[in-house]
Every structure is written in C-alpha cells, then in structure tokens.
Design a protein around this ligand. Structure first.
Ligand code: CP
Length: 357
C-alpha cells in the first residue's frame, strides 16, 4: 500500500480502502492463514486518553497476526509525566517498533506524530476531530451487513459536533456515490461546517433535523452516538444535552425491517438495553469486524517495512492555529501549517481549524 500514515481513512485511495475491506473479510473467514504474517513485528499503542475497543482491538489484531505489542494506556506511567514532548516520545518509540497507533485528547496529534515518526502512524482518535479506524470498523460492518457502501440513507444521531467517529464516517461515506446523511442533533451539537463542506463537494447530500422519530422510517442505517461528556466545558452544559435522544423498542416500531443499528460504543444510555436483542442491532458484531479491519490495515501498512525519519517540515505561515483544542496549543515547537481555503481563510493542517490570515 502506498499510503504510509492513516490520519483519516480518506488518506487511503478508494482502491486501497476496498483492498483493506476485502482482506479483513478474508482474515475473518480464514484466520489461521494469517496467524504468522507479522511474526517479529512490533506495534506500539500510545493511548493518552481512555479506551477499551480501539486499544484492545489494535493489540489483539497484532497478536493474532503473530506480532507483539508495547505501549501505555496511561501516559502518567511514562516519561510524558516528566514533561517529555510528543516529538521526542514518537521519535524514540518509532525507533523501537514497526508501527504506532496513537490516541490523544488534542486534535491533530496523529498528524503531528507522523511528522516525526520513522514508522507508520495510525490515528486512534484525536480529540473531537477524527477516528479513522472506527470508520474502518463501520465500513467493514456495512459492507458485510448491507452488502454495499453507496446509495444508503444514513441517520447519524447524538453529539455530531464532538463525535470524531461521525466526522470520519461522513468523510469516508461521502466518497461513495448517492449516500444521504440525515443529521439528527440538538442545535448546539450540529456537525462542524468543514464536514458539511465535504458533503457539499461530493455526490452525496445531507439534511439536519431535530427529531429521531421523524427520521426513523427513511433510514437504512442508524448510527447512534454518545454525548461526549469529556469534550464539554461544564457539567451543566453536558446535562442540558444528555438524554435528549434515546433509542428504545418503541422508537424502532417505524424503522425498516432490515435497518442496521450501529454505535461506535461506549454506550451510556442513548440505546436502551432491550434494543440489544433486536436483530437490527449490530453494534457488538461491529466491534469484532473492527478487529479484523485493524488486522488488515496493520498488514497493509507493514508491507513496505522501511524505517525512515521524515525530513524537517517548515512552517507555511509565520503564525499558529487559534483552536485551543489543537495539539499546537501545547506542543509549541510544531510549525504553523495551513492550507488556503479561499479569500483570507486558512485551514490548520493538524486540526482542520479555521482562521483568517
Ligand atoms: N469506539 C471507540 O473508540 O471505543 P473506545 O473509546 O473504547 O476505544
């Protein structure tokens, strides 16, 4: 595979993505054929933020491929607690290992890590920004459960502002023709403008509505999400949003018989437990599809097997990003890098935040 780092799933070409999906299916059907393919290779999981599924499915993926794992689940148990920079941590860990999966509470961290890593970097979630391997999980699930990735009506419900899984999923599904996104949220938690711009530039459409019940009969897929408490500045603000959308058996009465219910998990209470026993609920199967997706991605990223420290990247502009949740707000040595978005508008390379020149 030509792609070296996966900061978002759209870093893969369409052909690369489809090859990963097909490989994930083959591994799921014939796991013994792949039990030794990563013998001698080492995955680092650097998790600066809590995780169950992403961390453990990356780890089990590498172990099932015959490789081994190192890393931390709590940066306070590493030299990060002594003040070590992201740049130095990545440079050192990249010297020990063959591939790095990193999760961090700040947006753009994986992009920053990739600037210093001699081995492939996979974004395992960067703040409220992106979560490409959750999207890989989602598309492997849809490919198997729906039989297609185009011409689907997909309802996304909950915290569309802070839900990184939603952002990555829309970006990837917008690359397939004819998908219709129904965005169900409160006015405070609508999708960021840059994601709407991506849909507008694609062959897909969206509409925003405040009612899950109104959307339900149209949907081929319902993607429920948790209200992301850790992204709110106060508990009062979170409490105003929490509990607005709850999926229960009664709400499913008007849903299509073959609709699929997905959720990246963890669930808090936005899906009633009784829904788990409905045949349309696929969120636990989804977690297993994700492990096979990550096995396939690791294999493809390790095909080249070279180790190369990237050349120094120079700033594109003499100033920084204004987003306080961007990794550049704490790792001050990072060069300010922006792409031009027309007029005086610039978009930060790390976090997709916008600022004026
Ligand atoms: N879906 C997901 O990212 O779950 P974790 O936070 O448990 O990794």
């Amino acid at each position: 595979m030509k792609t070296r780092n996966v900061l978002d799933l759209t870093d893969l070409t369409h052909d690369e993505l489809m090859a990963v999906i097909r490989l994930a299916d083959d591994i799921r059907k014939k796991p013994a054929d792949y039990a030794e393919v990563c013998r001698g290779r080492i995955l680092a999981t650097l998790f600066y933020e809590p995780s169950t599924r992403t961390q453990m499915s990356f780890q089990t993926a590498m172990l099932r491929l015959g490789g081994t794992i190192i890393g931390f689940a709590n940066p306070q148990n590493s030299s990060v607690a002594k003040g070590e920079s992201l740049k130095d941590t990545i440079t050192v860990v990249g010297g020990y290992t063959d591939i790095i999966a990193i999760r961090h509470p700040l947006e753009g961290t994986a992009a920053a890590a990739a600037m210093y890593s001699p081995v492939p970097v996979v974004n395992a979630g960067d703040g409220g920004h992106l979560h490409p391997t959750q999207t890989l999980t989602d598309v492997v699930t849809l490919h198997n459960e729906m039989g297609r990735l185009d011409n689907l009506t997909i309802g996304l419900c909950g915290d569309l502002k802070n839900g990184r899984t939603v952002h990555s999923l829309i970006k990837t599904m917008s690359t397939f023709k004819g998908n219709r996104f129904i965005l169900i949220s409160t006015p405070e938690l609508t999708i960021p403008q840059y994601i709407k711009d991506i849909i507008n530039a694609s062959e897909c459409t969206y509409k925003e509505i405040p009612s899950l019940a109104d959307a339900m009969p149209q949907l081929d897929v319902l993607y429920m999400t948790r209200i992301q408490r850790e992204r709110f500045s106060s508990i009062e603000e979170y409490n105003r949003q929490h509990g607005v959308f709850i999926l229960d058996k009664e709400k499913l009465r008007t849903a299509k018989k073959n609709m699929k219910i997905l959720h990246p998990l963890p669930r808090v209470d936005e899906i009633d437990v009784e829904v788990d026993y409905d045949d349309r609920a696929k969120y636990f199967e989804q977690t297993v599809y994700g492990m096979y997706g990550r096995m396939a991605l690791i294999m493809k990223l390790l095909e080249k097997g070279d180790k190369k420290y990237p050349a120094r990247i120079m700033p594109s502009h003499p100033f920084g990003c204004k987003n306080p949740k961007c990794i550049t707000s704490t790792e001050k040595y990072l060069p300010g890098i922006f792409r031009e978005a027309g007029g005086d508008m610039l978009i930060c390379k790390y976090c997709d935040g916008r600022r004026l020149i």
